[in-house]
Design a protein around this ligand. Structure first.
Ligand code: UDP
Length: 240
């Protein structure tokens, strides 16, 4: 677990964006994992996921207050939370400015339909080369199609850790591209789901808002976030 925190991106959000834009310009293949406690917890039992996170071509960003606080408890100094949904929004904006190609895989069809309409209005210069939902399409056929199109940016929304494992499996076949596991970001960016109001975000309570909106997440929250906090406390104690 400590190695993952060591790997965690500790610079500012703007540094991250500049870094990603630079990689896009150089066509440097990159995998972005927007990590929350759930990703780190899964990696404790999943060697492939851990390998994916520690791969030199992978950038692991702190997508959540839980990861930031844990990093601090372990003696690291992260700049702060970098919400995955914000990173994705900025990448879309950048793609529009530079007329880059985007492939989107995952989420429900209704979410993709709403998102496509938004993209056409907000980012008319972005080149959408693929839009496949995460329920009726087979992973293999989607990645084969993606390979032919060689997009500049690939957004995969299949949930943790499926999206990370899928990207990591097919990543070696690609020549270029920024690949991002985006979780529920497309649900929010499409307007189908609402993000927490700004006051909740500034009070660092976005996680609580999400939990109240979707109480069915409580078991998942306990299994990942609560166990994560207890584990980090133990690690921090051992480190002293
Ligand atoms: N999803 C999907 N296929 C699946 C399972 C999930 O396309 O088989 C999508 C789901 O519709 C959602 C995204 O994956 O858009 C991830 O959702 P979740 O809310 O779990 O994300 P997170 O909590 O990681 O942000």
């Amino acid at each position: 677990m400590i190695t993952l925190f060591d790997k965690l991106y500790k610079k500012s959000e703007q540094d991250l964006l500049d870094d990603l834009y630079n990689r896009l310009q150089k066509q440097e293949k990159t995998f972005v994992v927007t990590a929350n406690p759930e990703v780190f917890m899964h990696s404790m039992h999943n060697e492939v996921l851990k390998k994916a996170l520690l791969d030199p071509k992978t950038v692991v960003t702190p997508d959540g207050e839980g990861i930031v606080q844990a990093a601090k408890m372990l003696g690291f100094t992260p700049w702060g939370k970098i919400a995955g949904v914000d990173t994705v929004a900025k990448l879309l904006q950048h793609a529009n400015e530079k007329q880059l190609s985007i492939y989107i895989y995952g989420s429900k069809q209704e979410v993709l339909d709403a998102l496509q309409k938004k993209l056409q209005v907000q980012y008319p210069n972005l080149v959408l080369v693929g839009l496949k939902n995460g329920y009726t399409y087979q992973e293999k056929e989607v990645f084969e199609d993606m390979l032919q199109k060689q997009p500049d940016i690939v957004l995969v929304a299949l949930g943790v850790p499926k999206q990370e494992l899928s990207i990591y499996q097919y990543f070696p076949s690609f020549q270029k591209g920024i690949f991002v596991g985006v979780g529920g970001s497309l649900d929010v960016l499409s307007g189908v789901k609402k993000r927490a109001p700004k006051i909740w975000i500034s009070c660092k309570l976005e996680w609580l808002y999400r939990l109240l909106k979707e109480p069915t997440r409580i078991k998942r929250f306990y299994n990942n976030h609560i166990k994560f906090i207890l584990y980090i406390k133990k690690l921090a104690k051992e480190k002293k």
